[in-house]
Design a protein around this ligand. Structure first.
Ligand SMILES: C[S@@+](CC[C@H](N)C(=O)[O-])C[C@H]1O[C@@H](n2cnc3c(N)ncnc32)[C@H](O)[C@@H]1O
Length: 379
């Protein structure tokens, strides 16, 4: 299908601005950030570029329709009025998800079944279908209802975009890939500068930084739901993938590394970097951050230290935050960025951050602290 579509890129709270910037950099039109996501306009090529390249966004949707609905009948009539026959053929497996918040329609299960009935009724009426074998590809629709405003969305991504495909094993408190990418974008790090995670766990931050440094787009090795959709059948996905592949620089040197006290975590970090096609390019080792000194100058530490959620752990976590400050003082040309849910982070660290940002790690409210390099020449 040719033409432009109204689209919606979902993002974790606090990251809408970053997604909006990335969409503009990709050349998308009508970009407008809202709470929880960013609206924009794109054709099939643009949506595919978003799925391949956006590294902070959760999923990319087409807005099939939207309207205020306060009854199930209104919801049924809205979904029935939408042109599903343009997107689907009828053999697809129609998967409907619904989310309701602060609305009169508050039963996701009922909204799901009404939406499915309305889509199938529409296909029956317009396409003259009598059977829906659901043997084809997944056709995944999200009905999002907030303050009575219904948005009917077609998922073009499939699985969340955080699933790049390289992380196959999770450690104790892994960071979602999209949040790790956001921490990097919000930091003073830019490609060409050294980056180090002194408590890297399973290596999400260093793997994401390596992808950026090598120009390997995050979605390169995974498939997206839109690749199976009937209305996208004429689009040449493989040529675009080949172009993205050609921009992946397998030789470009960079200084990205990490360490952790836990040898098992480092084993997993090595596996993840290998699976991200960065074997041997990210320096990983077992070690305490208290013993760390850097050879490079002018780099950026980015880390996700333990938060001390349980009171029993809080004391040792706060000692670790103080040790992070000592690490930066031993390396005064380095900036340091850390995310934590502990409101006592700055006090324990022993210094007020130069910049702060409220972010969510899953459902946990956190703050991202950015401490500029004490030596003035680096931000
Ligand atoms: C929240 S996890 C980091 C998770 C990581 N971002 C990931 O994606 O897997 C915190 C890490 O800090 C490590 N850690 C705790 N104390 C440390 C220390 N003194 N030196 C280095 N690492 C430490 C833990 O072993 C753990 O892997």
């Amino acid at each position: 299908m040719n033409g432009m579509f109204p689209c919606y890129a979902t993002a974790a709270f606090g990251l809408e601005g970053l997604v909006s910037r990335e969409l503009k950099e990709l050349g998308m039109a009508d970009v407008a950030a809202e709470n929880g996501g960013v609206r924009f306009t794109a054709d099939v090529a643009g949506m595919f570029a978003c799925n391949l390249h956006l590294d902070v966004c959760d999923r990319v949707f087409i807005i099939v329709g939207e309207q205020t609905c306060v009854s199930f009948e209104e919801l049924y009539q809205l979904v029935l009025s939408l042109p599903w026959e343009k997107y689907a053929q009828g053999a697809e497996a129609f998967n409907i998800d619904a989310r309701c918040a602060r609305s009169r329609l508050m039963s996701p299960r009922d909204c799901q079944s009404i939406t499915k009935k309305a889509i199938l009724d529409r296909m029956r009426k317009v396409r003259g279908l009598s059977r829906f074998p659901e043997s084809g590809c997944d056709f995944s629709v999200l009905v999002s209802i907030h303050a009575d405003k219904v948005r009917v969305l077609l998922n073009t991504s499939g699985d969340a975009l955080s699933r790049r495909g390289y992380r196959t094993w999770n450690g104790e408190a892994p960071l979602r890939e999209t949040l790790a990418a956001a921490l990097i974008h919000l930091s003073p790090w830019r490609v060409g500068r050294p980056l180090y995670d002194p408590c890297c766990g399973t290596g999400t931050i260093v793997a994401e930084a390596a992808l950026m440094a090598a120009g390997r787009c995050p979605g390169l090795r995974r498939r997206f739901a839109m690749e199976e959709y009937a209305f996208c059948a004429g689009f040449d996905f493989s040529t675009v993938r080949r172009e993205a592949e050609s921009r992946f620089d397998r030789e470009k040197p960079f200084s990205i590394g990490g360490s952790d006290v836990d040898p098992e975590a480092i084993e997993l970090a090595r596996r993840h970097c290998r699976q991200a096609e960065m074997e041997g390019r990210v320096q990983l080792s077992v070690g305490r951050l208290q013993d760390l000194t850097m050879e490079d100058q002018g780099g950026v530490f980015i880390c996700n230290p333990p938060y001390g959620e349980r009171l029993s752990d809080q004391k040792s976590c706060r000692e670790l935050y103080r040790d992070l400050h000592a690490l930066q003082m031993r390396n005064p040309s380095w900036s340091l960025c850390a995310i934590s849910s502990d409101p006592g982070f700055e006090r324990a660290f022993g210094k007020r951050a130069d910049r702060k940002r409220r972010l969510y790690n899953g459902r946990l409210e956190c703050t991202y602290y950015i401490f500029n390099a004490p030596e003035k020449r680096n931000p």
